[in-house]
Design a protein around this ligand. Structure first.
Ligand code: NAP
Ligand code: COA
Length: 281
């Protein structure tokens, strides 16, 4: 099944969608789905190699691409990237705030700079993107998609930094929905569950734990980047024109059963890694 089985190929024809962190993983999946329905893409990330590869992939789908190496923690760099994108592709209709960083770490071991790095990339970086995009979105009466996570509303062990950042993102989303509705700007969050083949799963799902974890998910599987891409296109489209200030959880029901199983799995993995280190293995 592809998105164009259900949505018109020209739903976003000629419109500009700007995605922070759009060079890989879930965010690249979102970009691919927008490209399939006619959008042009602005993408930022830090690695030029990843940006080049993503650009080629999106161009092969027929999209024009404006790619920029920038760190979302650097407001001026992000503003410049958005301005260049506007010059190349026209004002943005949709902003996707997807850039994020994550590593599992017991709270008592997270250094202040480790905590700050995640807050700065996820929360401050998201504010930077929204603030820098505001004038363009006001002009197009566009919309913003915030990429959240289950950690925002469910405590997961070793994710104190990420939970704080993603919960902050969702509350900022509600604030901006409230304040910017009068400009016609809609704001919504998406909380993906574990998405197959992504860096997030590589970092957070211990080796050999994917099977037991999938058994705890009511729909019995991890998600795909297309699951999140298709939802993104819907939320950004006129089909969702009365939806704002909402968090949509796309996790196959994973969070319904809490974080207990995952916590046990990752605690066992961290304990194993620690004992292997102590044994010099
Ligand atoms: P990913 O491929 O590593 O995506 C993160 C992207 O953000 C990368 O393109 C990365 O590129 C970019 N990025 C990171 N730090 C940046 C910075 N300081 N400035 C600019 N760009 C930066 O990981 P993913 O797993 O697909 O995650 C994508 C999003 O989904 C994240 O918001 C994550 O929290 C969320 N999420 C993921 C899962 C999952 O199962 N994977 C579940 C729930 C939520 P560079 O490193 O080149 O900068
Ligand atoms: N465990 C504990 N602390 C860690 C860590 C880990 N696995 N990885 C990084 N840190 C700490 C570092 O020690 C450092 O703190 P310190 O200066 O007190 O030692 C701090 O985090 C910043 O590290 P640095 O490597 O300088 O960060 P960065 O800004 O270059 O990168 C990260 C940010 C750490 C989030 C990095 O993992 C990243 O770039 N991630 C992007 C991709 C990603 O996470 N994708 C998944 C999304 S769900």
């Amino acid at each position: 099944m592809t998105i164009t089985s259900y949505f018109a190929k020209d739903l976003f024809l000629g419109q500009t969608v700007f995605i922070t962190g759009g060079s890989s993983g879930i965010n690249l999946g979102i970009a691919r789905n927008f490209a399939a329905v006619g959008a042009n893409l602005g993408i930022v990330g830090r690695s030029p190699e990843k940006l080049d590869a993503a650009t080629a992939e999106l161009q092969a789908l027929g999209a024009q691409v404006s790619a920029h190496s920038a760190d979302v923690r650097d407001y001026m760099a992000l503003e410049t990237a958005m301005q260049r994108c506007r010059e190349e592709l026209g004002p943005m209709q949709t902003l996707v705030c997807g850039a994020a960083g994550n590593f599992p770490c017991p709270a008592e071991q997270i250094t202040p700079n480790g905590f700050k790095s995640v807050m700065d990339i996820d929360l401050l970086g998201t504010f930077h993107a929204c603030r820098a995009a505001f004038e363009q979105l006001k002009e197009t009466r566009g919309n913003i998609l915030f990429i959240s996570a289950g950690q925002a509303f469910m405590p997961y062990a070793f994710q104190a930094h990420v939970g704080a950042a993603k919960a902050g993102i969702d509350q900022m989303m509600r604030n901006l929905a409230l304040e910017w509705g009068r400009f016609g700007i809609r704001c919504n969050s998406i909380a993906p569950g574990p998405i197959e083949g992504t860096e997030g799963v590589r970092r957070l799902v211990p080796k050999d734990s994917a099977g037991p974890l999938k058994k705890t998910i009511p729909l019995g599987r991890f998600g795909t980047p297309d699951d999140i891409g298709q939802l993104s296109v819907f939320l950004a489209s006129p089909l969702a024109s009365y939806i704002t200030g909402t968090l949509v959880v796309a996790d196959g029901g994973q969070n319904l059963s809490g974080s207990g199983v995952w916590t046990q799995l990752i605690m066992a993995e961290m304990a194993k890694a620690k004992s292997e280190r102590l044994l010099g293995l």
